[in-house]
Design a binder for this molecule. Structure first.
Ligand code: FAD
Ligand code: NAD
Length: 468
């Protein structure tokens, strides 16, 4: 049996764990990271990056199909467009491969030792790893749990059921042919991002959602343009509908609408995207005394768990389960372990949904601001009045700013529009820097860009928008 000692041991090399280990290494902390799959975690291998690659390819393909059908106002023509999805997947795998190799390289460069295998706590300072060459015991002064999350499985639709008909996002991101008929269960982030992508790739998509609206995390004003796009692509959305399981011959998904109507949805694949659950088992939690916060590990504002020397970051610690939250936590914990004074002081965690069009929300929505008993001002500017959006054929959507009525401090910024995910940086910066409406309105925004809608929304809240 081999044994290593170190100052910091990180379990899991997803965005939370790998960023923590890289930063710790940079700071000269003697660090070991254990990963049982590939570096990069869910995000780089089966999550953010591969899904965005497929979404982009599907979008390009759909545009070409529209050109071939003569639905292109710019006069571009195309003939018989086709997509070789196996090749698309190979391209996507090339991207994830480069990124995961890159992460391994960055860890090495930072002097971090990588151990491959499943880690299991023996006690609060000791972890045993099953590696290919036998058991490796690691003793550490500090341990970070960054074990991430996994898809929630529905008991009536277990993954792999009916000859691999029932799939998770991981299965969907490795299909080499678009299913003719795709049923999607859950109209949240993944269901809509991938549902829209497969509709563009040619699948007949039906989405079944238990609640009475799509993307319940965002207000309806933000989700309406996405609803219109779903309709334009011929996607059927069954709201307020419960799934009951597979038909006896396994050919269809059975569901029941809110009014009690039975639905039989013929499907070649059934993609179940009803949320993700933290990975709190399989790493020896039973050997520890960790307080829980519902299904997540409880942490304080320094990501400390209830046990001294044990930290937790990322999806295992709570909502929002987003890669950039995990990374920010990982970076902070590395600095704390190195002796720096840090604690969680972020004003906002941006949320971006890569639907068509894309949705961004940073900080408080109008309803949240009102619920916090604030008198507010709202400024909203439509992309239909933005020159750049017109040149991009992307006039659907708007930017909305929510600010305090008394001192104009910006409380929240939301937007919906084609390709506006990149604006999330400006929105988050404004909130983090404590910007007021006048700061945004007084910043010169380059012309012609979609970002001008941001400045105009602030001007609108101040009562003197220029371009509307
Ligand atoms: P993970 O990335 O889940 O990494 C945890 C790692 O720990 C894994 O590599 C796992 O193998 C390892 N591990 C677990 N247990 C052990 C053990 N006992 N021993 C050794 N290793 C172990 N987020 C966004 O912000 N933007 C997006 O666009 C986005 N898109 C997504 C699309 C999809 C399809 C999915 C599924 C998720 C998406 N997410 C997105 C969410 C994002 O992937 C997660 O929030 C992020 O990966 C969480 O990082 P993490 O480090 O907490 O955990
Ligand atoms: P989600 O929580 O976003 O959406 C799940 C949806 O399924 C909800 O609308 C819910 O009402 C519905 N649902 C739950 N049970 C159901 C049932 N039995 N029948 C029908 N509908 C049901 O979950 P997700 O789409 O699986 O994504 C998981 C997480 O991954 C997200 O919450 C997010 O944290 C992360 N993610 C982020 C991004 C991004 O940042 N762009 C993209 C993908 C995933």
């Amino acid at each position: 049996m081999k044994e290593i000692t170190c100052k910091l041991l990180v379990i899991g090399a997803g965005p939370g764990g790998y960023v923590c280990a890289i930063r710790a290494g940079q700071l000269g902390v003697d660090t070991v990271i254990v990963e049982m799959a590939k570096p990069g975690g869910t995000c780089l291998n089966i999550g953010c990056i591969p899904s965005k690659a497929i979404i982009h390819a599907a979008d390009d393909f759909a545009k070409t199909v529209a050109m071939a059908a003569g639905r292109n106002a710019m006069g571009i023509k195309a003939d018989n467009p086709a997509i070789d999805l196996a090749k698309t997947m190979a391209w996507k795998d090339g991207i994830t491969g480069r990124l995961t190799l890159g992460v391994a390289g960055l860890l090495k460069k930072a002097g971090v030792k990588i151990v491959v295998g499943r880690a299991k706590f023996r006690d609060g300072k000791t972890v045993a790893v099953e590696t290919e060459t036998g058991e490796q015991v690691i003793r550490a002064e500090n341990i970070v749990i960054a074990t991430g999350s996994a898809p929630v499985e529905l008991p009536v639709l277990p993954f792999g059921a009916s000859g691999a008909k029932v799939i998770s996002s991981t299965g969907a991101l490795s299909l080499t042919e678009a299913p003719q008929k795709l049923a999607v269960v859950g109209a949240g982030y993944i269901g809509l991002e991938l549902g829209l992508a497969f509709a563009k790739l040619g699948s007949k998509v039906t989405i079944v959602e238990a609640l009475d609206r799509i993307l319940p995390l965002y207000d309806t004003q933000l989700t309406q343009p996405v609803g219109r796009r779903l309709a334009a692509l011929g996607v059927e959305v069954l709201l307020g509908t419960k799934v009951k399981g597979l038909s006896s011959n396994g050919e269809a998904l059975l569901a029941e609408t809110g009014s009690g109507e039975e639905k039989r949805i013929a499907a070649d694949k059934i993609l179940v995207t009803v949320g993700r659950k933290p990975v709190t088992e399989g790493w020896g939690r039973e050997e520890l005394e960790l307080d829980m916060d519902g299904r997540f590990l409880r942490i304080d504002e320094q990501c400390r768990t209830s046990m001294r020397g044990i930290y937790a970051v990322g999806d295992v610690t709570g909502e929002p389960m987003l890669a950039h939250r995990a990374m920010a936590q990982g970076e902070m914990v590395a600095e704390i372990v190195s002796g720096k004074r840090r604690s969680w002081d972020k004003r906002a965690i941006p949320a971006v949904c890569f639907t068509d069009p894309e949705i961004i929300s940073v900080g408080m929505s109008p309803d949240e601001a009102r619920a916090a008993s604030r008198e507010i001002k709202i400024g909203q500017f439509p992309f239909s009045a933005n020159g750049r959006a017109m040149t991009l054929s992307a006039e659907e959507g708007f930017v909305r700013v929510v600010a305090r009525a008394d001192n104009h401090l910006v409380l929240g910024i939301q937007g919906v529009g084609a390709g506006i995910s990149e604006l999330s940086a400006a929105f988050a910066l404004a909130i983090e820097m404590g910007a007021r409406l006048e700061d945004i309105a007084g910043t010169i925004h380059a012309h012609p860009t979609q970002s001008e809608a941001f400045a105009e929304s602030a001007l609108k809240a101040l009562g003197h928008a220029l371009h509307i």
